[in-house]
Write a protein that binds this ligand. Structure first.
Ligand code: 3PG
Length: 211
């Protein structure tokens, strides 16, 4: 199996940041996604960490023009299939298993961005056909200096570092030759979504889009 680089790069290069979202109410997910798109962040990752995450993905896919919605925290084949059926355009996982790699092969039109956090994990995923990977959890696993260390020996792999990334350290990652984008929850955290702070989310999206 080979990852569809064109499809996953459309997601990774749409903007410098992919917002990572924990949202449970489809009625909030829609205005949230509209604020993100308006702020300049069209590729968004809704994590499967709430009861209604799949409904949120479906609502955004159906109703938010210009959004590219993906499913995050996808851990197994069943969740991958459900994410595809909900209308996800991409799938993100914190790590990788054989079952997940098999799911990615079954649903190649919805590409997987699998997580890795060591040279060996990166190499195994490269061997399985994944040249685009999520570096997770980015800051605890070694941050920008670690990724810089992989840039020359594993030059074929480009990353989306996620986990501990914020407006203040995103640039350290984005300037690396093996980074296409970063992911993070700071643009629309659970409190901002709960408070329906769409203006604040849009403002933070604008700052992130300008990185
Ligand atoms: C997560 O684990 O929720 C994502 O990787 C985002 O991490 P962050 O909250 O540190 O941005």
């Amino acid at each position: 199996m080979t990852q569809d680089i064109e499809r996953i790069e459309a997601v990774m290069t749409a903007a410098p940041v992919v917002p990572v979202l924990i949202v449970d109410d489809p009625k909030k997910a829609v205005p949230m996604a509209q604020a993100l798109v308006k702020g300049g962040l069209p590729a968004i990752e809704i994590t499967l960490r709430t009861n209604n995450a799949l409904e949120c993905i479906k609502a955004v896919a159906d109703e938010v023009e210009g959004a590219m919605v993906g499913a995050g925290t996808v851990l197994d084949h069943k969740q991958y299939e459900a994410a595809v059926n909900a209308g996800s355009t991409f799938v993100v996982s914190p790590g990788a298993t054989d079952a997940l790699i098999n799911a990615a092969a079954d649903f190649q039109h919805v590409p997987l961005l699998p997580g890795s956090s060591s040279a060996s994990e990166t190499m195994r995923l490269l061997e399985a056909g994944f040249q685009r990977q999520k570096f997770f959890p980015a800051v605890p696993a070694g941050g920008a200096p670690f990724l810089k260390g992989l840039a020359s020996p594993l030059a074929a792999v480009k990353f989306c570092p996620t986990g501990g990334v914020s407006l203040s350290n995103a640039q350290e990652f984005l300037k690396l030759p093996n980074v296409l984008c970063v992911g993070g929850s700071w643009i629309a955290d659970a409190a901002a979504i709960e408070a329906e702070d769409w203006a604040g989310i849009e403002a933070r999206a604008k700052d992130a889009a300008a990185l």
